[in-house]
Design a protein. Structure first.
Length: 94
């Protein structure tokens, strides 16, 4: 989803000329309504937070391989998704 959004902004900039993507994002931010703005923020925040926390999880596993068990992977996967949803949800209001 994030790739499609970035590609879409690229197309808007190519077709609309210099500054068209900036104008589009400004219009969405100022007159798009709170629901649209919150959804856009969540759409950007969730993949970033999810992959960042997933990277931290892998660093922990690299330094503590005894934590890498089937049960541990399943448990940390639920924690990863839940914490990513919670942090991204909070980021919508920033």
């Amino acid at each position: 989803a994030l790739s499609f959004g970035a590609a879409g902004l690229g197309v808007v900039e190519l077709v609309g000329g210099n500054g068209a993507a900036l104008d589009l994002m400004s219009n969405i931010g100022s007159g798009g309504g709170a629901l649209v703005v919150a959804g856009a923020k969540f759409s950007v925040a969730f993949p970033v937070v999810y992959h960042y926390l997933g990277g931290v999880r892998h660093l922990i596993w690299d330094n503590s391989p005894e934590m890498l068990t089937n049960l541990g992977v399943e448990k940390t996967s639920y924690i990863l998704v839940g914490s990513s949803l919670a942090i991204s949800g909070l980021a919508m209001f920033v």
